[in-house]
Write a protein that binds this ligand. Structure first.
Ligand code: S3P
Length: 442
């Protein structure tokens, strides 16, 4: 099992790119597979999560050629998928398994979706129940609450669903099911979750209607969409580690190129700015229906903030790294309404509190969030304390602890860091690039 040792004491300096957006890559693979003819997906995320989705579609009969820069997808059309020979392994990916559950529920064949130990612990009832209400036949452990899921494809009917959680995985799962259902499907959520599926539907010309937090879609559309080129923006959730790193490590100056700036994802930038961070948004543009920009961050002492339920959906994947920012900020940070963090790749409230406490942070866990008493920047002697830390198999926990370790007084070892591969291959190399760059320029 791999581990990562971080030796603190140097600033982060330089210009980098981060992997393609994981959420956009999943959706690009799905929609290009259902398109008529050839598509290219460039700058895609080569993390294991997305590669598992790619392999899933290959096993569903779609020819996909892969180079490090681009996927060439030979779309089979909306009705062209075929029954796979064996179970589909979604690995660690909640997005992969939930989106595919919706899509496969309306096919005319049988599939089994499974994944790793973490996926088999995560709640699937949140998609299985509404899909069953559309007529889906899905079996699973604990009555369908847990994967593996066995899906006997059937003809679905549209429905109206009010989701109790703002979740793009639930919304997107139902949108893919709704494409194959008879009649109208209406999906409402309490707050707007990331809207990549809707944007990609629009990019491919698939009709739907959105009004605030409600999406309506007429199933079995008569249109057929053609293959296209999808340029995937850099993942803001991957850039997040360097944005926070550059903010909290003195004398840092980092530019991350081509980062996705979808407003349903940019909560971290708003919160960091509120904390006093110095972030410049440069060269704003649009790629395949998604806003993109370059981000330059210079270090700045941060202060604590209050983060409430209305800020959670657009920041959902950035809480592990935000905890690090709060732990070294001046003053108190209070996070409320974030109970969804407990059902991610790990229970991120518990895992981040435990690991940062091991590094000397002052954190109180609450059922729906945490209270963090920031230590304040301590200068050359470091703010946190070096420690031996666990990743819990959670990529974002591993990378967050690594960034926190840059502010520690001693080296930190993070164990079991293979999980970083799920979203950010070569994270350690990128980090080293920025640290080496700082050495070259000093
Ligand atoms: C994702 C949605 C989010 C996020 C996940 C990716 C997506 O999950 O945490 O990493 O691509 O739809 P929820 O929608 O369940 O909050």
């Amino acid at each position: 099992m791999a581990s990562l040792t971080i030796t603190p004491g140097r600033p982060l300096k330089g210009t980098i790119r981060v992997p393609g957006d994981k959420s956009v890559t999943h959706r690009a693979i799905i929609l290009t597979a259902l398109a008529e003819g050839l598509s290219q997906v460039t700058d895609y995320c080569r993390g294991e999560d997305c590669l598992n989705t790619m392999r899933a579609f290959q096993s569903l009969g779609v020819r996909i050629e892969e180079t490090p820069e681009q996927l060439t997808v030979h779309g089979k059309g909306m009705w062209g998928l075929t029954e796979p020979f064996g179970p589909i392994d979604c690995g660690n990916s909640g997005t992969g398994i939930r989106l595919m559950a919706g899509l496969l529920a309306g096919q005319d064949f049988f599939t089994v979706l499974t994944g790793d130990e973490s996926i088999r612990r995560r709640p699937m009832g949140r998609v299985v129940k509404p899909l069953r209400a559309m007529g889906a036949t899905i079996a699973g452990r604990k009555g369908g609450e847990l994967a593996p899921l066995a899906i006997t494809g059937t003809r679905l009917k549209g429905m109206s669903y009010v989701s109790p959680v703002a979740s793009a995985q639930i919304k997107s799962s139902l949108l893919f099911a709704a494409l194959y259902a008879d009649g109208l499907t209406t999906i409402s959520e309490p707050r707007l979750s990331r809207d990549h599926t809707e944007r990609m539907f629009a990019y491919f010309g698939i009709p739907f209607h959105r009004d605030g937090c409600t999406v309506r879609i007429e199933g079995r559309p008569s249109i057929r969409w053609s293959g296209k080129t999808v340029v995937v923006p850099g993942d803001l959730s991957a850039a997040a580690f360097f944005l926070v790193g550059a903010s909290i490590v003195p004398d840092s100056d980092v530019t991350v190129l081509s980062v996705g700036m979808n407003p349903t994802r940019t909560g971290l930038l708003d919160i960091l700015r509120q904390m006093g961070a110095h972030i410049e948004v440069l060269n704003s543009r649009e790629e395949a229906g998604e806003p993109v920009a370059d981000l330059r961050v210079r270090s700045m002492p941060l202060r604590g903030v209050q983060i409430g339920p209305e800020q959670i959906p657009q920041t959902i994947d950035e809480f592990p790294i935000l905890c690090v920012a709060a732990a070294v900020a001046e003053g108190e940070t209070v996070i409320t309404g974030a109970e969804e963090l407990r059902v991610k790749e790990s229970d991120r409230i518990a895992t981040m509190a435990t690991e940062l406490r091991a590094m000397g942070a002052r954190i109180e866990e609450r059922p729906d969030g945490m209270v963090i008493q920031g230590l304040g920047r301590k200068g050359a002697n470091g703010t946190l304390t070096g420690a031996t830390c666990a990743s819990y198999g959670d990529h974002r926990v591993a990378m967050s602890v690594a960034i926190g370790a840059l502010t520690a007084a001693q080296p930190t070892q993070i164990q079991n860091t293979d999980c970083i591969e799920t979203s950010f291959p070569n994270f350690d190399r990128k980090l080293l690039e920025l640290l080496t760059d700082s050495v070259k320029r000093l």
